[in-house]
Design a protein around this ligand. Structure first.
Ligand code: GLV
Ligand code: GLV
Length: 328
């Protein structure tokens, strides 16, 4: 009997070409517009699916799984984060969940460093000034930012991405890393040479860090972890960067802190909601730079992610162990 594979978007070219060549015994149905598949469309398309290859823009919950039916074996998301997937709903139906870890670590760490430097060196204000004809003269005092030399960087979530960020920032002369997470990781600490690395209480990390990078997953424990109270504890010169998930930050608290001039500069690749409406108050602060969730956005990385997502879904449909399950 033929199987049904549902794909919720057009994939990067190499992977899309693979889909179009087809797989033995599998019918592929695909949403081909480059916007998130509407919910009703997803529920309809999912009917009879053996495998679903989705993105982080698709909410996968009991309703989708039940629309698919009891033959559904696997959900494969083309992302490392899976906060858009209701894991207990999958477990209850014995549906496997595949993710794309590892391959996006370097690109996402690059984006994190990009935002740290862009925020610290006031990139948005500089670029705007040039475009608006406000570049008067070279000035000893104009657009002065801060640098990483001898500074303390707080990393929330010392996973693969957090470590890759630390290794990059260490090369900029950072003196000390304070990190926070579910537990101390002594082996990981040893891998970051040339700087002091300390597992730290959150309060100390907030008070002592010159730069704070969020590199953790969004879950019940991290949701709204950065609220007004947390921002109030940070240095007034802090460079705050989030490339993980918007929901880890209480955005109203962030906006209040920015209004009260409590933060040096902010760089965000993720927001609530996504896309962020262009009239969002968050975009009114010259010291806040927002990117449109492109942390993993290189051709190399996105291709590697879609290839893994295909491998995961094909293995799952055969009833085999996924190469990259969410709970590896
Ligand atoms: C991107 O945000 C991802 O989770 O892969
Ligand atoms: C994400 O994949 C991380 O390990 O930080």
């Amino acid at each position: 009997q033929r199987q049904r594979l549902v794909v919720t978007r057009t994939l990067p070219q190499a992977s899309q070409a693979r889909l179009e060549k087809g797989f033995e015994g599998i019918d592929i149905v695909q949403w081909r517009e480059d916007r998130a598949i509407p919910r009703a469309e997803l529920l309809n398309m999912a009917k009879g699916a053996d495998g679903i290859l989705c993105l982080l823009t698709d909410k996968i919950d009991a309703e989708v799984l039940d629309a698919a039916g009891p033959q559904l074996k696997v959900v494969s998301t083309m992302s490392v984060g899976y906060d858009h997937v209701n894991v207990p709903d999958l477990e209850a139906r014995k549906v496997a969940l595949g993710i794309t870890p590892g391959v996006l670590t370097e690109a996402t760490a690059d984006t994190t460093v990009l935002l740290v430097l862009a925020a610290a060196r006031r990139l948005r204000e500089g670029v705007d000034a040039v475009i608006k004809g406000q570049w008067g003269t070279w000035s000893p005092t104009w657009l002065l930012g801060s640098q990483l030399t001898d500074k303390t960087v707080g990393i929330v979530g010392l996973g693969r991405i957090g470590v890759a960020v630390a290794k990059r920032l260490q090369a900029f002369g950072v003196r000390k890393f304070l990190y926070q997470g579910t537990r101390r990781k002594e082996e990981t600490e040893k891998g970051i040479t040339g700087a002091i690395v300390e597992f730290s209480e959150m309060d100390r990390l907030l008070r002592e860090s010159d730069v704070i990078c969020i590199c953790c997953a969004l879950n019940d424990k991290t949701k709204n972890m950065f609220d007004y109270d947390a921002f109030s504890k940070m240095k007034e010169t802090v460079v705050f960067v989030n490339t993980a998930r918007g929901g880890i930050v209480d955005q109203s608290g962030l906006i209040r802190a920015l209004k009260e001039n409590r933060l040096g500069s902010v760089g965000l690749d993720v927001t609530v909601p996504e896309p962020l409406p262009s009239d969002s108050e968050l975009l009114s602060f010259p010291n806040c730079i927002v990117l449109p969730h492109i942390g993993s956005g290189t051709l190399e990385t996105r291709t590697a992610m879609s290839e893994i997502a295909i491998e995961n879904v094909l293995c799952g449909m055969k009833g085999e162990r996924l190469p990259f399950p969410h709970n590896a």
